[in-house]
Design a protein around this ligand. Structure first.
Ligand SMILES: [Zn+2]
Ligand SMILES: [Zn+2]
Length: 135
């Protein structure tokens, strides 16, 4: 965690993301913070960019959604997400072996790794164990 202070707007957006507890789109986030006095989408986008660069929030490119980071990424560990295609829930974990291998491969190619997010798609345990819902 860095020591740069977050502006009130950033805190509001971050709190809304944490409260959601699941990936949300920018539009859903804009809706969520409207009641708190942020009505301009650019404000929300700016806050998201800042939170992402601070490592507090991840963007899931495959679903175009944002999610609060579950734990700090010490030593550049890669954020791995399991994303359920049925309910949309995502959970984050880190894996030292995966992180080291990816960092090593990037280095071998002279690639300066900035951030890494691995997105795994499938079915979560809850959805896999529940009978199909109709309506
Ligand atoms: Zn994270
Ligand atoms: Zn699910």
């Amino acid at each position: 965690m860095r020591n740069r202070r977050l502006a009130p707007n950033h805190v509001l957006v971050f709190d809304a993301l944490k409260k959601a507890g699941r990936p949300v789109t920018a539009y859903q986030l804009i809706d969520a913070v409207r009641g708190a006095g942020i009505s301009a989408p650019p404000t929300v986008y700016r806050a998201l960019n800042r939170l992402i660069s601070d490592g507090l929030v991840h963007k899931l490119e495959s679903t175009n959604a944002f999610v609060a980071c579950a734990q700090p990424h010490t030593g550049g560990s890669v954020a791995v997400f399991t994303i359920c295609d049925t309910c949309g829930n995502a959970s984050e974990f880190t894996d030292e072996t995966v992180s080291e291998q990816l960092a090593k491969r990037a280095l071998e190619r002279g690639f300066a790794l900035d951030k890494a997010v691995v997105e795994l798609h499938g079915t979560c345990a809850t959805c896999a164990n529940s009978p199909a819902q109709t309506g």
